[in-house]
Design a protein around this ligand. Structure first.
Ligand code: XMP
Length: 514
């Protein structure tokens, strides 16, 4: 029996993927599709149980506002409109939507008018929900009833005899109290969906899809050792084995033993084809004399693309697909224009590859959030030490050696960083903070060791607590822990005689120093 599933027609809300994720959290398969889908195209979803119309920034009364094929309303499938979706249902059934004098952005109280409405089973009255709308319903369509209101608007409607519902608020955000319960009510009380979406099922479906798409062609992938590209590589390798070749570029800006560790993990445990390209000399040579952070970033990016393109070209006669570990937040980040999934640009993890390479993209993780990618990785058997890794920036140690980058400085930084990170692991602190690293400064200071004066480099330890990496605070690491780490560094790493701990929040500081 095929899994039951829900589709979400995307009108461009920033919350559309979050909605899909909330449904998956209820173990129901949810897929975001373009709003222009035709009723006859629903055949591709053999066990479809319901349709959700997402929010979106447009107004239903504008000329050429996005709309759905009216035939979808005749399918007898349950429908839930969220925000723009509710307004579209109202408009299509002959009601009126207008610009509201009192717009609602943020928390609003929800007052339930029909306690028997299935959406509100086990939902208490008078709770906060998250609103974000300028338009509202001023006249209900015929055959619709108001089932809830807020202080300023009709907050939920229902068709009197069909399973068609609309909510003005965003039940999918955590600010909507009982939002998850309302979505569960729609899924299980209205749509009769089954709880049958699990990470295992995602993997099975992804493997089938990859096999089907790739067929007997070859695929290349830029493996960075980070979580996303590693999970993508492992998933694709499960599907097509040695038809996948990973390219791992050693830029000379990696952490201690990183290259070796990645090669061992993925060739030994997963029997993958990995081509290691040692380009460290090229990077060091071209970074000579560059001190300005943006210039360093640009140079590193350019060199990486040159090396990767060279390798890809060598294989392009052979390979048809370029696989990437693009995940949903990358898709949003690189979406520069347009409002629907159709116009969202594809994100290039290996940014700016020339178009003429002529590969087709393969991005099996593009609908998942980071923690879902980690779950998939664990399920695939990738060791925790790889899955739980803190983020590591694309330009690597190139932006952690402040000022001019040289091999000598990278080597010093690698040693200091390794001691700090190992100590965090050993004392159970690594998974309690979200990102820890070391920065090497282009400054020497005077110290004393034994009876001798020293004049060596200064390094800074940085560790931050953060949820989304947009804001962060310095971790309150125990003083005696820092004491032990500093002692070990000064005793064991040549050319460093002083350590500071960075206590700056973001903002005003950034997490990386450059
Ligand atoms: P900042 O320094 O902006 O960093 O507070 C926020 C998060 O992004 C990571 N970061 C990068 N990641 N390429 C990346 O893939 C980059 O160029 C880059 N710069 C910063 C940083 O490590 C932190 O996790």
């Amino acid at each position: 029996m095929k899994q039951t599933q829900i589709i979400i027609l995307d009108f461009g809300s920033q919350y559309t993927q979050l909605l899909a994720r909330r449904i998956r959290e209820q173990n129901v398969l949810a897929e975001v599709v373009d709003f222009s889908i035709k009723p006859e195209e629903l055949k591709q979803y053999p066990n479809l149980k319901g349709i959700i119309l997402s929010g979106g920034p447009a107004s239903v009364y504008e000329n050429d506002a996005y709309t759905i094929d009216r035939g979808l309303l005749e399918t007898k499938l349950p429908i839930l409109g969220v925000c723009y979706g509710l307004q579209l249902i109202t408009h299509l059934f002959g009601g009126t939507v207008e610009l509201s004098e009192k717009q609602e952005f943020g928390k609003s109280k929800l007052f339930i008018d029909d306690l028997n409405c299935k959406l509100f089973i086990d939902v208490p009255n008078d709770k906060n929900v998250w609103m974000s709308h300028a338009d509202h319903i001023t006249k209900l369509p015929e055959n619709f009833i108001q089932v809830a209101h807020s202080e300023n608007s009709i907050a939920a409607i229902k068709h009197s005899d069909k399973e068609i519902y609309g909510i003005q608020f965003h039940a999918e955000t955590t600010h909507s109290e009982y939002g998850a319960q309302m979505l569960a009510n729609f899924l299980f009380e209205v749509c009769q969906a089954n709880k049958d979406w699990y990470v295992k099922a995602f993997i099975e479906k992804a493997i089938t899809d990859i096999k089907e798409k790739v067929d007997n062609q070859k695929v290349i992938l830029g493996l960075s050792g980070g979580v996303d590209s590693s999970v993508a590589a492992t998933l694709i390798s499960k599907a097509i084995g040695k038809q996948l070749t990973c390219i791992f570029v050693d830029t000379g800006l990696l952490r201690k033993n990183e290259g070796q560790q990645v090669m061992e993990t993925y060739t030994k445990n997963f029997d993958m084809n990995i081509k290691m390209v040692d380009s460290s000399e090229l990077f060091y040579e071209n970074l000579k004399g560059i001190t300005e952070p943006e210039s360093k970033r640009k140079m590193i990016g350019k060199l990486f693309i040159d090396v990767f393109t060279d390798e890809a070209r060598k294989m392009s006669k052979d390979a048809k697909f370029l696989a990437q570990g693009t995940i949903y937040p990358d898709v949003i980040e690189s979406s520069k224009q347009g409002h629907t999934s159709k116009t969202i640009k594809s994100h290039h993890n290996v940014g700016g590859l020339p178009e003429d390479l002529g590969f087709e993209l393969l991005e099996p993780l593009r609908d998942l959030f980071k923690d879902e990618v980690r779950q998939v990785g664990r399920e695939l058997g990738i060791p925790d030490i790889m899955i739980d890794r803190h983020p590591f920036p694309g330009p690597g140690l190139g932006i952690r050696v402040i000022g001019e980058v040289t091999k000598e400085k990278c080597d010093i930084l690698r040693e200091v960083d390794d001691i700090f990170i190992k100590a965090l692991h050993e004392e159970g602190l690594y998974t309690k903070v979200q990102q820890a690293h070391v920065v090497l400064l282009p400054v020497k200071t005077v110290g004393v060791m034994g009876d001798n004066r020293t004049y060596e480099y200064l390094a800074a330890l940085r560790s931050v607590d953060t949820v989304d990496f947009m804001t962060a605070t310095a971790s309150h690491l125990p003083w005696d822990f820092l004491d032990r780490v500093v002692n070990k560094i000064i005793n064991e790493v040549k050319h460093v005689n002083r350590i500071v701990y960075d206590v700056t929040s973001k903002p005003p500081g950034t997490i990386e120093w450059e």
